[in-house]
Design a protein around this ligand. Structure first.
Ligand SMILES: O=P(O)(O)OC[C@H]1O[C@](O)(CO)[C@@H](O)[C@@H]1O
Length: 762
């Protein structure tokens, strides 16, 4: 038998448990009207009501005795002193140093680490301010507006949770997203509507070797370079958070753009280190510091409060009580706060990667359950899902209810109802409903047993005034130290994670066996069969085909090109050209099986994929023509200028003017194409097109035409306030100079636009 099970305090608890197991919470409350007050404690803005637990004063005394016997206080002090308590990795465990005030002194190997922490925080703050002010520019000169954190585990869950939790305090002009899974869908869906020129990636990885993160980071690099076409762009669009400078540099991220942390910060304890850079960019340095202050307040409470009033200690001991003495295998975490929707997922790594261990610090097998499974969903959604089992199922599931007095989004009675629900759920779980009560309500006898609630289901109520950066920091620290307390009792190492290694190693081996399709398989029969199945399926599977036929229809020609073909070619069009002629010409030149999708740019106004007026410079029959039917393929129709514009687009708000037979015009705002038809709008004595179209150039001569183009650009720039203007179309070649700040488009970009039509909103 293990030393823990043989210890006097453990034995005392084991002897005491059957008596407590007989007691009902109804009875305990009835006996002691002061129970709620006596079994509540406060710290760092949080109030823990633990009166609805299946405990008596004696239980608590025995649990605190266990904590003392296991040397909890000494272990805690060793952590704060920077001792190498992560014995299997020979590391100190100092996430508490990440939130220590600047004048604190915490030594690791004789060196005070606090100044390093604050130096990194200052660099993070400078970077975050620059991005928030719109002063960090991407390769095309536009400000960064999208932040994508690439990381996994502790390099993802903390940042995601904190961003969601503190969204209310975030800069809404920035889009902050997270990619973690090696499943390509995660990356693809995350960047789907983002413009590379405005997107900054933060590659967050302590080791900078994690398979998932590095695979996603390389894909992000390719995605950026497909648009930027210049390696130099990587510097402007990538930051790194890591302890591995050499690997960061090898990726192409300079050291000035790397934010470091230290081996004494565990991944799941790192959301307040540089790993929180995305959080800081979202909420700003000041709010980030408030969050750190909240963490620190709870750290100080844990470090100094007597065990009997110490929130993390009480929570940790209760966890041990249920896991080891009631056989409760899980704990439900139920935040009644929508902003905390990712908190249960975050806690899963914190609790289970920390305390899901099977040997003691000395390497001996444990003969008692260690970490329970943590899970949960925000209230009230869970009530309409799994609460049934908590109320009437056969498992004992202690619950942590989390709620705030004030909502950040006051809306009618919503918050009163939310809080009424959390209070009522805790009451219902504790109290239950007896058979007599059910019958007294008039339930038919045969139905009565179904309506009985045993009650006596334990829960904690964690309450704070308001969700702020500080209360969030304190909440996370509360759970961190609760985890520490449990590990101290169980005599396990909460700071290593050897359990994730075997799967990683085997995945590498299997990946290689999939790649080299003929390598002999030497796993068990089931594993061999799964690999063989995938090899076969993979060989057969056709990547969903997306070969796009792009048709750029103009007044004189139609340019034709296939997305997987070589050079494009031209067909003749003209003032009598009809859609039927277009179809016939395409069929003559392009085999039907050569494409799956069609993009068509037409010199006519197109609204929501429909031609709304016949083109001026072509024949009749274009409006309402059913191209999808005629081609037998999905077709996207767009105005020809819009198609070229889409190909020239580099983010932000772009006005595109196409100088050709007529005047094409398109505005693209944040990737969304806004149809415009400015050509025939009144301008001076005629219309815009009258002054800058092909006929005007022929009639008035180049000099006048150029001056008029400049005047039209100016007028439209004043009216539409774009970030930049691109002048495209065939006639842009007649302009030697361009108005200031205007870029020259390239006709060939129409093809790119045609392909992009299938990627972004139009
Ligand atoms: O930050 P890294 O080194 O990419 O590691 C990510 C995660 O992988 C683990 O090492 C194992 O899952 C976690 O502890 C860690 O949070």
């Amino acid at each position: 038998m293990s030393a823990l099970r043989e210890s006097p305090a453990w034995r005392a608890l084991a002897e005491h448990q059957p008596g407590v197991a007989q007691l009902h919470l109804r009875e305990l409350f009835a006996r002691d009207p002061d129970r709620a007050r006596r079994f509540s404690a406060e710290a760092a803005g949080w109030r823990l009501d633990y009166s609805k637990h299946r405990i008596t004063d004696e239980t608590l005394e025995r649990l605190f005795a266990l904590a003392r016997e296991r040397g909890l206080e000494a272990r805690r002090d060793a952590m704060f002193a920077g001792e190498k308590i992560n014995t299997t990795e020979h590391r100190a465990v100092l996430h508490v140093a990440l939130r220590a005030p600047a004048d604190a002194v915490i030594l690791v190997d004789g060196e005070n680490v606090v100044p390093q922490v604050h130096a990194v925080l200052e660099r993070m703050a400078a970077c975050a301010e620059q991005i928030r002010a719109g002063a960090w520019l991407g390769y095309s000169g536009l400000p960064i507006r999208n932040i994508v954190n690439i990381g996994i585990g502790g390099s993802d869950l903390g940042p995601v949770m904190a961003y969601e939790a503190l969204r209310h305090y975030s800069e809404r002009g920035l889009r902050v997203r997270f990619v973690s899974n090696v499943d390509g869908t995660d990356f693809a869906e995350t960047v789907r509507d983002l413009v590379p020129a405005e997107t900054l990636f933060i590659v967050s990885s302590k080791t900078f070797t994690t398979l998932e993160t590095m695979t996603n980071a390389r894909t992000a690099r390719e995605w950026l370079l497909a648009a930027a076409e210049d390696e130099q762009a990587v510097r402007r669009h990538f930051l790194a958070v890591s302890t591995n400078e050499a690997a960061v540099n090898a990726f192409g991220i300079p050291t000035e753009q790397m934010f470091g942390f230290w081996d004494w910060v565990g991944g799941r304890y790192s959301m307040d280190s540089a790993i929180g850079l995305s959080t800081m960019i979202a909420i700003g340095p000041q709010a980030f510091r408030e969050m750190l202050a909240g963490f620190h307040a709870m750290d100080e409470h844990f470090r100094t409060a007597p065990l009997e009033r110490n929130l993390p200690v009480i929570m940790g001991l209760l966890s041990v009580w249920y896991a080891d003495f009631f056989g409760a295998g899980t704990v439900a975490v139920l935040p009644y706060e929508q902003y905390l929707k990712r908190f249960p997922a975050y806690l899963q790594q914190l609790t289970m990667e920390s305390n899901g261990k099977h040997v003691t610090l000395a390497g001996e097998g444990v003969d008692y359950p260690t970490s329970p499974v943590f899970w949960g969903e925000p209230g009230t959604n869970g009530q309409h899902s799994f609460y049934q089992l908590i109320h009437q199922g056969t498992w004992l599931i202690p619950c942590d209810f989390i709620a705030f007095a004030q909502t950040l989004n006051p809306l009618g009675r919503h918050h009163d109802l939310l809080i009424a629900n959390v209070i009522a759920q805790a009451e219902a779980l504790a109290r239950g409903k007896t058979l007599d009560e059910v019958l007294a309500e008039g339930a038919p006898p045969e139905l009565a047993p179904h309506k009985v609630f045993e009650g006596n289901r334990p829960s904690s109520l964690l309450l704070a005034e308001r969700l702020t950066p500080a209360t969030l920091g304190a909440l996370v620290a509360l759970y961190e130290h609760s985890v520490f307390t449990q590990a101290a009792i169980w005599d396990i190492n909460a700071f290593d994670q050897w359990g994730v290694e075997l799967g990683k190693q085997l995945a590498l081996r299997v990946a290689e066996e999939i790649r080299t399709t003929d390598a002999e398989l030497a796993h068990d029969a089931s594993t061999n069969a799964a690999i063989a199945w995938y090899r076969e399926q993979r060989g057969r599977a056709k990547t969903p085909s997306r070969r796009i036929l792009v048709l750029d229809v103009g007044g004189n020609h139609v340019k034709v090109r296939l997305s997987d073909g070589e050079e494009g070619f031209k067909l003749d069009s003209g003032p009598d050209f009809t859609p039927e002629q277009l179809l016939a010409a395409v069929r003559r030149h392009v085999p039907d099986e050569a494409f799956d999708l069609v993009s068509i740019g037409v010199p006519a106004p197109v609204v929501r994929g429909r031609i709304v007026r016949e083109p001026h410079n072509l024949g009749k029959g274009w409006k309402d023509f059913d191209f999808a039917r005629a081609f037998g393929r999905p077709v996207k129709l767009v105005n020809d200028a819009a198609m070229q514009a889409l190909g020239s687009y580099e983010g932000g708000r772009m006005l595109f003017l196409g100088l050709g037979t007529g005047l094409g015009s398109t505005l693209i705002v944040d990737g969304s194409v806004q149809p415009l038809e400015l050509a025939h709008m009144p301008y001076r004595k005629h219309s815009f097109e009258h002054y800058v179209g092909d006929r005007a150039r022929e009639r008035y001569g180049l000099k006048k035409w150029r001056a008029r183009v400049f005047a039209v650009v100016e007028a439209l720039r004043d009216g539409l306030e774009p970030d930049y203007v691109v002048l495209g179309g065939g006639n842009v070649k007649y302009l030697d100079e361009l108005p200031e700040g205007v870029r020259r488009g390239d006709n060939a970009r129409a093809f790119v636009g045609g392909v992009r039509l299938w990627e972004i909103a139009a």
